[in-house]
Write a new protein. Sequence first.
Length: 147
Amino acid sequence: MESFKKRLAVRVLVWAVLFGVCSLPVMVIAPFFGVFTSYNELAAGWMAKVICPADTEGKLRTYATTTRDDYGNDVPATGYELICVNASGEVVKTDPVLYSFLWIGLVIALGVVVAAVFSLFGTLIFGWIKNRADRAKDPYRQNIEPR
């Protein structure tokens, strides 16, 4: 019979390997998903609760701007910023960058949590299969004669 520490070490190692395997695609997909979803009112609304002062509402404002292409030419682009508006309609605070960084970080953190949960389920399945295989190899079970 294996010791508890050895079984625990094997399960932790299996979890770490599964977490590495599960988190690789998450670390590739989550930033792209975060960037592409940061330009909607849902992301602005959630991040406004963190960034905007009390008694203000967060809204997403778009504006026309330019950016440079690979050859140094100016090309038209769309800019996004979070504006915090009070009840009378005045803009109290503007934030062009922080809300999207926080949103992307939140999406990545959620992806890591999902990878950890999948790894935990994989470890539980591994333990269940290993316990069934060990039980089948038990010498006391093999020597029992049928009735």
